[in-house]
Design a binder for this molecule. Structure first.
Ligand SMILES: *[C@@H]1O[C@H](CO)[C@@H](O)[C@H](O)[C@H]1NC(C)=O
Ligand SMILES: *[C@@H]1O[C@H](CO)[C@@H](O)[C@H](O)[C@H]1NC(C)=O
Ligand SMILES: CC(=O)N[C@H]1CO[C@H](CO)[C@@H](O)[C@@H]1O
Length: 618
């Protein structure tokens, strides 16, 4: 820990040597409040800035050490109109990264543009709010199920600024009064769950005095490595939202495995650092809500709503400990009239940007995948423009669904480091031709018409063919081939259901530790696989020997072979996991042993799904 923090002491001495240009400003009073009650670090500062120089000043600089700036997710600066006690409305001010000459290299500098230049002798009060993700370091980095989670936070007791600070104070709010240690300086006190530093007076520019707080924090460290939100507008009455989460507990890694029995007995003690539930706050009047993970729909989620919001409480299949991952999808429909509006001849969607789940950090810093917000617009939309209150990457894609002719334009917004503060509304404007709206029903009507005509033609031809003709026989044979193929597909689908059951039994095992029940599922699965293989045999024999089936046979053969391979893999994986459980090996061990089986299974499953689709279309 020492070496990691050492250089900060260094740079405070280097920094003082350089004096950047805009030192005419003085911070006459500064109050800084750091909130460490969740896993997101929130810093709110109130600065009284005074112009002591002769020239008008139009920007105020903020300096943040690089080690913090790399985790800065959200930064908002605002000022009040009016003076003294009669505060006017808050105005948020533009902030951008700048690179002034002579600034120490280990600092990132932000410039706040004032709405009105600050004259000589004038002063102004600024509020600066910053939120940082991944800024609490678990220490120790690995803990057992029964341990509480301790984290380290580092900052400076003095406000790091290019300006002189006349009077300042700092308070650090913790989730509880349980503090392992904290840096004690002059004027430091711990009152319940708050540490106070200061007041400190007349500190020169770039004063820095490192403090480290080591404290208990068992709040859910829920981090979504990737979140894909799909927002689909249908002009037929609703906005459909699907959100795909890839979630991890970002706190101290769990070591020494997990005992369900210990956990169930006393979850608050034998699982203090884990989390069980997440609450998603959806808009009011959300309907058709569902929550699904890799195995299927989960009914243990509960839904509650009033006129202001809908609360969806979701419960993963297992409690989440440090380093554990889960992926799931939640979906819901919203009334169109609440989110789609018209203005100046254009339609616009106005909807919330961020993640609806409480205190989740959405992040793709450490993983290649990115979190995206997708907006799917109706086909025929033109002149699309987007308005988001912060910077995002943006591009457009075309999504094709079966009824569309030209495909739907999709606006994609991408942002890294998203915190709940980003839960602001954004707008997508587009021109929309109402005729385009008619396209789909017209296509349906037209489609049905063609279908009827085809039926009539077919029935006529059918009747006109003599029942003993060669073509009639060929047709009968082809019908038989098709029926056989359908039977094969149905058996393969039943096999896939058995695979799902095997998978589910492993999840149950991790929940209840019932090895016998798990083995019973495997035995039953084995019997079913054998039975299905018996059923398949004559069908495959027929297809192989029938000339009419010559073009489908290779695909069917491949499908059956792949599924067979899946069976072997599934069984291997299953017995490996059960064996690990019996030997009481750790979670890491289990993961290592099944990783290769799992990868192969996923690949096979894709191939089988693709083949099923291809064959179904023949
Ligand atoms: C889960 O529920 C959604 C919405 O009710 C439904 O569309 C989907 O088919 C269900 N999935 C499964 C696997 O049951
Ligand atoms: C979008 O909706 C929010 C919340 O209802 C509202 O405050 C905001 O003014 C709306 N924005 C636009 C451009 O209509
Ligand atoms: C960069 C990246 O991984 N983007 C993915 C985001 O999610 C969509 C699915 O909606 C993928 O198609 C992208 O590849």
């Amino acid at each position: 820990m020492g070496s990691r923090f050492a250089f900060f002491f260094l740079f405070s001495s280097i920094a003082i040597l350089s004096t950047p240009a805009s030192s005419d400003l003085i911070i006459s009073k500064l109050d800084r409040r750091i909130d460490l009650t969740s896993h997101i670090v929130r810093v709110a500062s109130t600065l009284k800035v005074e112009n002591a120089g002769p020239a008008v000043v139009s920007e105020v600089l903020l300096t943040i050490p690089n080690y913090q700036a790399k985790n800065l997710a959200y930064l908002l600066a605002s000022s009040y109109e009016g003076k003294g006690k009669t505060k006017g409305p808050t105005i948020s001010l533009p902030v951008e990264v700048v690179h002034p000459k002579g600034m120490p290299l280990d600092l990132t500098t932000y410039s706040i543009s004032l709405s009105k230049g600050l004259e000589k002798g004038e002063s102004l009060t600024l509020d600066v709010f910053a939120a940082f993700s991944h800024s609490l370091q678990p220490f120790p980095e690995e803990i057992t199920q029964a341990d509480i989670q301790l984290v380290l936070f580092q900052d400076s007791a003095f406000y790091l600024s290019p300006y002189q600070v006349t009077a300042q104070s700092l308070s650090v709010r913790l989730p509880s009064a349980r503090v392992e240690s904290y840096t004690k300086l002059q004027n430091t006190k711990l009152v319940e769950s708050e540490i106070k530093y200061g007041p400190y007076e007349n500190l020169p520019p770039f004063s820095y005095n490192s403090i480290v707080v080591h404290f208990e924090n068992n709040r859910p460290f829920a981090v979504a490595h990737e979140l894909v939100r799909e927002i689909e507008i249908s002009h037929w009455g609703s906005v459909q939202i699907n959100e795909h989460y890839n979630l991890i507990h970002g706190g101290a890694r769990n070591k020494g495995g997990f005992s369900r029995i210990e956990y169930q007995g006393r979850p608050n003690i034998r699982g203090a650092s884990s989390f069980r539930r997440l609450v998603a706050r959806l808009p009011p009047r959300a309907h058709s809500v569902y929550y699904r993970d890799e195995i299927g729909n989960i009914s243990t989620s509960s839904l509650w709503g009033d006129s202001r919001q809908t609360e969806l409480e979701i419960e993963p299949r297992f409690p989440m400990f440090g380093g554990w991952k889960t992926s799931f999808t939640i979906g819901y429909g919203l009334p169109l009239q609440d989110f789609l509006f018209e203005s100046e001849g254009k339609r616009f969607l106005n909807i919330s940007f961020g993640c609806p789940i409480d205190e989740v950090v959405v992040d793709n810093l450490f993983v290649k995948a990115s979190n995206l917000t997708q907006v799917v617009l109706p086909e025929g939309s033109k002149e699309i423009s987007v308005s988001v209150p912060f910077s995002t990457k943006q591009w457009q894609e075309i999504k094709h669904s079966h009824l569309d002719i030209v495909g739907r334009p999709v606006v994609v917004l991408q942002k890294t480091k998203v915190v709940p503060e980003h839960n602001l509304h954004f707008q997508v404007y587009y021109k929309f031709n109402n005729l385009a709206l008619l396209q789909e029903p017209l296509m349906l009507i037209f489609g049905f018409f063609i279908f009827f005509v085809a039926c009539i033609v077919y029935m006529h031809t059918d009747m006109s063919i003599s029942k003993s003709s060669a073509s009639y026989l060929a047709k009968l044979q082809w019908d038989e081939v098709q029926a056989t193929v359908q039977q094969v597909l149905s058996i393969i689908n039943r096999c896939l259901t058995v695979h799902d059951k095997l998978e589910a039994s492993l999840h149950d095992l991790s929940r209840n530790g019932d090895v016998q029940a798990c083995k019973a599922v495997r035995k039953a699965a084995d019997a079913l696989f054998k039975e299905y293989a018996k059923e398949l045999k004559p069908l495959l024999g027929f297809l192989q020997s029938s000339p009419q089936a010559a073009h489908v046979w290779p695909k069917v053969d491949e499908l059956v072979a792949k599924e067979k391979e899946m069976q072997e893999r599934s069984m291997l994986k299953h017995s490996s996991v059960v064996e690990c459980y019996e030997k009481k090996s750790g979670g890491r061990d289990v993961e290592n042993r099944v990783a290769s089986h799992q990868a192969k299974l996923t690949a096979l499953r894709h191939e089988v799904d693709d083949l099923l689709e291809v064959i179904d279309e023949i």
